[in-house]
Design a protein around this ligand. Sequence first.
Ligand code: FAD
Length: 340
Amino acid sequence: MTEAPVALETDVAIVGAGPIGLFAVFELGMLKLRSVLIDALAEVGGQCTALYPEKPIYDIPAHPAIEAGALITQLEQQIEPFAAPRLLGRQVNGLSGARGDFTLTTDKGDTVRAKAVLVAAGAGAFGPNRPPLEGLAAFEASGAVQYYVRRREDFRGKRVVIAGGGDSAVDWALALKDIARVSVVHRRAKFRAAPESAARLDQAAAAGEVEMVIPYQLHGLVGTGGALQAVEVATLEGEVKSVPADVLLPFFGLSMDLGPIAAWGMDLALHHVTVDPATCETSIPGVFAVGDVASYPGKLKLILQGFSEAAMAAHAIFPIVHPDQALRFEYSTSKGVPAG
Ligand code: FAD
């Protein structure tokens, strides 16, 4: 990770080093376009690294199952030949210039000059929806309240209260029940999770492997100095009870905030950047968007679709960087992987 402010010049500045930003380095590199990756997080991998590194993904072509963390490791290997510089822990704030000569600025004072910009900012500055509980910050700081499971093993032998009714709540209840004492707090009997998972949770509850605390919602945190002893829950009628706990995992979804990118003047649709589906170009000529952040009719927020968008955008960017050269379409099997 680079610490001091830097000034870089490249062909394409990629905003966001999630799976799609990483793969964009490859697609650009295959066309001999140089790129720089910039990400607000300290690590590459976006949602895969930050939210679910140990979860298997089942819909990456040719991988019947691959853990999200492993997918990122393999993407890093794939782009190694291109040696794209990475500016991590820096949020891109400003965009100035025009097609062929843009300058991006970061919150750490870096500047990146590029002929084209590729926005792969995913959910933007994503963060968890936090429960409005008194004293929450101290419990977050100690790790007694966490919003993501990075390592399942960290919860071995603990009393874990999981709150929420969606896929994350149900999946993690099922994943942790064999190594921890799991209680699930949900305000209604019906879960929004995939029906198969919800049915497995019902079975686990019937077998006494998981305690269901329904219909309750979070009410308070009991403990001192950041050490959690119990989670208070309440019914809509106001009946309060206490569930012993070492850790609370609230899974109330993610809040999306495009952050500074929203002010660049690109056409937006509900927190997403509208693009031409044939090229992934935004309404600002020379600025492209791929992956979760990009929106067009028929868009699926899937990694495989983002990979394809990265390839299309790279081809559309080529004439901006090399206006005097014709781009000949070639298979990777014919040309191999060019050195960066
Ligand atoms: P992201 O992964 O969101 O990465 C974007 C990056 O941009 C982030 O690192 C962020 O810090 C950075 N960024 C944003 N704004 C700025 C800025 N201004 N400056 C600098 N950096 C910035 N998809 C599948 O295809 N199959 C699955 O099975 C699957 N399972 C999932 C399970 C879970 C629990 C979750 C949460 C998602 C799942 N997804 C799955 C979705 C998948 O993770 C996303 O589609 C994918 O991560 C999108 O990649 P991305 O690179 O577009 O964005």
